[in-house]
Design a protein around this ligand. Structure first.
Ligand code: ATP
Ligand code: MG
Length: 428
């Protein structure tokens, strides 16, 4: 016998009980984005592989070992399932000259793909909501992005998500620092693990955020980038912090926060919780002023962030937030030939008036249909038997009121009855 086919490891089905949390999350997120003036952009899931190599950097976790890349067997093109959203967004902004006339505030949401070892909070297909702002120079937009994060956690009813902030300065400033850092690590080359050794000359900053306990003491003694930053970079950093202080957003400066992608400069930040174990970062981002030009566009300042939807939904569920799922308005019970002819017309005319109807499909006795009606969480049952049908009426039964109040109503009046009762409920 053949084995049933299973989903790909690390790529999960999200079943209705959980998917309802997702929808609630997405609704909150859409309202929140709109309130800050961000507009949607929908991007392909597949992009040319060189886009990610150039944008993210050759010596990064993502490009070195996490990308799902393949050759299009029809034309030999090298393609990759997007591991993140910024590269594709920048590509689109350049391709369509989006940020040339005026600045843009954009957002996207959707699946990302990384070939990582699956574990809690880390999957091979996962979802991000990301925002990107193009054409803004000052620290005000960096601060806006951070304020947005703080507000969203609040809107989602989440607490205990803490902000870590750092500045990476500019590329030139980093170059000087980098040389000094390499010199420092060379002195301790015996203490470096495999990863660190490999990165020593290609991406030494990444060694700073190694989680290897054996390297922590040595890393703590490493020289600080902050000491190499010029007045302008420091003023930008101070500008961001000024807004955070004014609005009252607590933060911690973490000088070891370097982020895993090469494109960042100046502000970088992460929102971290200690409730998700090792995978505690729910949102991360920063400024990437060089990327648009690096990908062939006109130099355009930019910054943004991406959040991990799985991790946030897990947090929402674990903090006990039940989605307030409203049952449907009406469950429609019908039995008998004339009744079952009338029933779809009644259901459609109710829907015309904006009333939600769960229609009994598959027949069954009145008793079994009423059981389904009760279990559905609907506010009303509408019952149509041949008796009602021949009179052009339905029985309207409250499933909420004690004792299940019910009455016969003409087919044309039932929508009004329902609307009025909703109205009464709001008044009460
Ligand atoms: P990490 O250090 O956890 O690997 P990262 O720096 O690779 O994170 P980013 O590229 O900054 O992550 O992605 C932004 C957010 O997307 C992360 O903070 C996280 O919430 C989420 N995320 C990243 N990779 C995964 C994954 N494999 N599964 C689920 N969520 C993820
Ligand atoms: Mg990663």
């Amino acid at each position: 016998m053949s084995q049933n086919i299973q989903s790909v490891r690390g790529m999960n089905d999200i079943l209705p009980d959980e998917a309802e949390f997702w929808e609630l999350f997405e609704e909150t997120v859409r309202g929140w984005l709109k309130s800050y003036g961000y507009r949607p952009i929908r991007l392909p899931i597949v992009e040319p592989t060189p886009l990610f190599k150039r944008a993210i950097g050759e010596v990064t976790d993502i490009v070195e070992k996490e990308m799902y890349s393949f050759e299009d067997s029809l034309n030999g093109e090298q393609l990759t399932l997007r591991p993140e959203g910024t590269a594709g967004c920048v590509r689109a902004v350049i391709q369509h000259n989006l940020a040339v006339q005026r600045p843009q505030r954009l957002y996207y949401m959707g699946q990302m793909f990384r070939h990582e070892r699956p574990q809690k909070g880390r999957y091979r297909q996962f979802n991000q909501v990301g925002i990107e702002a193009f054409g803004f120079n000052g620290p005000d937009i960096d601060a806006e992005h951070i304020l947005m994060g703080a507000r969203l956690w609040d809107d989602l009813g989440l607490d205990g998500i803490k902000l870590q902030l750092n500045t990476l300065g500019q590329l030139e400033e980093r170059a000087k620092y980098r040389a000094e850092l390499v010199g420092y690590f060379e002195k301790y080359v015996d203490l470096l693990d495999e990863d660190a050794k490999r990165r020593l000359y290609t991406n030494p900053l990444r060694i700073l955020d190694s989680k290897n306990p054996a390297m922590q003491e040595m890393i703590a003694g490493a020289p600080r980038l902050m000491q190499h930053l010029g007045a302008e970079s420091m003023a930008h950093f101070e500008g961001v912090q000024q807004v955070l202080r004014d609005v009252g957003i607590p933060y911690e400066i973490n000088t070891r926060l370097v982020r895993g992608l090469d494109y960042y400069n100046l502000t970088v930040f992460e929102w971290v919780t200690d409730r998700l174990g090792a995978q505690g970062t729910v949102c991360a981002g920063g400024r990437y002023d060089g990327l648009v030009e690096q990908l062939g566009g006109k130099a355009t300042p930019a910054c943004g962030f991406a959040m991990g939807v799985e991790r946030l939904v897990t947090l929402i569920r674990e903090s006990g937030g039940e989605p307030e799922l409203e049952g449907t308005d009406v469950f429609l019970v019908h039995q008998g030939e004339a009744a079952s002819r009338l029933a779809p017309r009644v259901a459609e005319s109710l829907r015309d008036q904006g009333i939600d109807v769960l229609f009994n499909c598959g027949g069954g006795s009145f008793k079994s249909q009423m059981k389904k009606a009760d279990a559905s969480g609907a506010t009303f049952a509408i019952i149509i038997g041949d008796d009602e049908a021949s009179a052009g009426e339905v029985t309207l039964k409250s499933l909420r009121a004690e004792g299940g109040e019910q009455k016969r109503v003409g087919v044309d009046q039932v929508a009004d009855e329902i609307m009025n009762s909703f109205f009464d409920e709001d008044e009460a």
